[in-house]
Ligand binder design. Structure first.
Ligand SMILES: C[S@@+](CC[C@H](N)C(=O)[O-])C[C@H]1O[C@@H](n2cnc3c(N)ncnc32)[C@H](O)[C@@H]1O
Length: 277
C-alpha cells in the first residue's frame, strides 16, 4: 500500500506542475520527430542495389499500380506488376494507359507463392505492404529467391508487432483484414529469410529513432482513432447503416491503423540479397 501511495504521490508531483506550466515550456513534445516520406527512401533502394535501364523488377502485390508508375519513371527499367486480384489488375492497367507506360510495364495475374516467372529472371523483387497477407511465409520467400538472379535483391516493407502488442490484440486486429499474424514477428521473418537464402543487407523500422528508414509523422493517422471512437459510441446506428459485417471489417481496419499510430505495430524495411549458389 505504501508503495502505491508513493507512486500516486510521484505521479501528481509530476502531473500538476506539468499541466500548469506555460505551453511553450513543453512545446518540444509536439515537435515532428523527423523522418522522410516513405516513397522517397523506399524508392532509392533499387537504384542503390544497381537497378537501372536494362534491369527487370517485379512489384509483387502491385495493387492499383501506383508504385508501378513511380518505379518505372524513377529507374527506367522494365517493371512487372503481379497481383492475384482481377479488379486490382484492371485498375493498374487503366493507370498505366493514362500514364502511357503500357510498353514499359507488364501486368501479370498471380500470387507470391507461385509466380508466373522463370527461374533467375528478375534483378529486383519489390514487396510493399503486401507480405502480411502471405499464408506460407517460407514458401513465398523461397519463390522470391527462385525468380531472382544470383546476387539480385529484394525489398520487403511489411508490418511487425512491437513489445506493446498483446497476442490477443494481434489475433483480433488481423483476422478480419486477412493478415497472417505470424508475419508480425520480426524473428519469424528473419529466420524465414535465412532459410530461403536471402541475406539481410539493411533492416530498420519506419518509426525507431535513428533508423535509416524513419518515416515522417503523419498526423492524419489520428483520424482513424477519432472515427473508431465515434463508431463505437454510435454502434447500433452505424451498424444499421453499414451492416454488421462491414462494421466489423472497418473496426479491424481502423484498429490496425490506430495500432500503427501508437506504436503497437510498425513497418519494417528489409533489403535482401539472394545468396549466390
Ligand atoms: C495493401 S495492398 C498494397 C498495394 C501496393 N503494394 C501498394 O503499396 O500500394 C496489398 C496488395 O497485396 C495483394 N496480395 C494479397 N495477397 C497476395 C499474394 N499472395 N500474392 C501477391 N499479392 C497479394 C493484394 O491484392 C493487394 O493488392
Amino acid at each position: 500500500m505504501s508503495d502505491l501511495n508513493e507512486r500516486i504521490e510521484a505521479f501528481y508531483r509530476f502531473l500538476w506542475p506539468f499541466l500548469a506550466a506555460d505551453k511553450a515550456r513543453y512545446a518540444y513534445l509536439d515537435e515532428p520527430p523527423g523522418g522522410r516520406p516513405a516513397s522517397e527512401f523506399l524508392g532509392e533502394i533499387p537504384a542503390r542495389r544497381g537497378v537501372g535501364p536494362g534491369s527487370r523488377l517485379v512489384d509483387v502485390g502491385s495493387g492499383k499500380g501506383k508504385q508501378l508508375v513511380e518505379l518505372s519513371r524513377r529507374l527506367g527499367c522494365h517493371v512487372i506488376g503481379l497481383d492475384p486480384l482481377d479488379e486490382n489488375l484492371e485498375l493498374a492497367a487503366e493507370r498505366l494507359r493514362k500514364e502511357s507506360l503500357q510498353d514499359r510495364v507488364t501486368l501479370l495475374k498471380g500470387s507470391i507463392g507461385k509466380m508466373p516467372l522463370e527461374d533467375a529472371s528478375v534483378d529486383f523483387v519489390w514487396c510493399l505492404d503486401m507480405f502480411n497477407h502471405v499464408e506460407d511465409i517460407d514458401g513465398a520467400l523461397k519463390e522470391c529467391a527462385r525468380v531472382l538472379k544470383p546476387g539480385g535483391s529484394m525489398m520487403n516493407c511489411s508490418a511487425v508487432g512491437s513489445d506493446l502488442l498483446e497476442p490477443r490484440e494481434a489475433q483480433r486486429v488481423t483476422y478480419r483484414i486477412g493478415i497472417n499474424p505470424d508475419t508480425l514477428s520480426p524473428e519469424r521473418m528473419a529466420a524465414a529469410y535465412e532459410t530461403a537464402g536471402l541475406h539481410v543487407i539493411e533492416c530498420g523500422t519506419t518509426t525507431d529513432e535513428g533508423s535509416p528508414f524513419l518515416e515522417e509523422f503523419d498526423e492524419g493517422m489520428a483520424h482513424h482513432a477519432l472515427r473508431f471512437g465515434k463508431m463505437l459510441r454510435a454502434r447500433s446506428r452505424v451498424t444499421a447503416r453499414l451492416g454488421q459485417d462491414a462494421f466489423e471489417l472497418l473496426s479491424a481496419y481502423e484498429q490496425w491503423n490506430i495500432f500503427l499510430l501508437i506504436g503497437k505495430l510498425t513497418y519494417c524495411v528489409w533489403v535482401l540479397e539472394r545468396v549466390r549458389p
